[in-house]
Design a protein around this ligand. Structure first.
Ligand SMILES: Cc1cc2nc3c(=O)[nH]c(=O)nc-3n(C[C@H](O)[C@H](O)[C@H](O)COP(=O)(O)O)c2cc1C
Length: 214
């Protein structure tokens, strides 16, 4: 049994996550706006002396959920052995989570969607239909910050990007400490020119760190 399987088969419900933050960028554009926003949010975390780490989902090879529902029984994803085996322990052990994603067609990117769907294995389902459910990550003081970036100036053109991250994270038991929507930003790394946005990103990271330290 590898370390991932050992961790997942423990009673996650009774684990205490560590005071640290894990951030994920859902952009396929390396060094783009999402990556930059994420690094500024995590700088805000680090300034509060909390460990912070990050990964680009497009650099992690993993498959989308195939809906086999085996995780309802197995409590881990037994359909795929892939890059998520490396990411699950980082999520489980981190009290804080940061998700940053560009808008692709009014929604999160395919990478972010696949990542969030693969968190389905953290739910416990009852046998009734429709099944009552609970999350094994809930009631552990987990906190999150989410951010999105898009080209258009109108909030409507960001579509469901923020909701598509907030709703699943809340369902999993995260308290959302703050959200940032960055509009009117198209070119790669353009957000670097937006000082007030970068300051706000760092503030959100700082808020997250403080909420974890409380
Ligand atoms: C496939 C695709 C779809 C997009 N769809 C939208 C959209 O629906 N609304 C919008 O305002 N911008 C859209 N954009 C623009 C990106 O959100 C924007 O360029 C963003 O800054 C990219 O962030 P990144 O550098 O982190 O990848 C789209 C870009 C791509 C490549």
């Amino acid at each position: 049994m590898n370390s991932f399987q050992t961790l997942m088969q423990q009673d996650i419900k009774n684990l205490s996550p560590e005071p640290k933050v894990m951030g994920f960028s859902g952009s396929p554009r390396k060094g783009g706006n999402s990556d930059i926003l994420l690094s500024h949010i995590l700088n805000g975390v680090s300034e509060n002396r909390l460990p912070a780490d990050s990964l680009r989902l497009a650099d992690c090879e993993f498959q989308p959920c195939i809906g086999c529902e085996r995780c309802r029984k197995d409590k881990i994803c037994t359909a795929h052995v892939d890059g998520m085996s490396f990411l699950y322990p980082k999520i489980i052990t981190s009290m804080g989570l940061v998700l940053v994603c560009p808008t692709h067609n009014y929604n999160i990117t395919a990478w972010m969607k696949a990542f969030i769907d693969r968190l389905y294995c953290f739910y416990n389902f009852e046998k009734n239909r429709p099944s009552a459910w609970s999350s094994r990550l809930a009631d552990q003081g987990r906190k999150a910050v989410i951010a999105a970036v898009c080209e258009q100036e109108n909030k409507e053109d960001m579509g469901f990007t923020i909701d598509a991250m907030r709703l699943p994270l809340e369902a999993l038991g995260y308290e959302i400490i703050g959200e940032l929507d960055v509009l009117g930003t198209f070119a790669k790394a353009k957000v670097k020119e937006q000082t007030s946005t970068l300051i706000r990103a760092a503030e959100l990271g700082s808020d997250l760190a403080k909420s974890i330290g409380e």
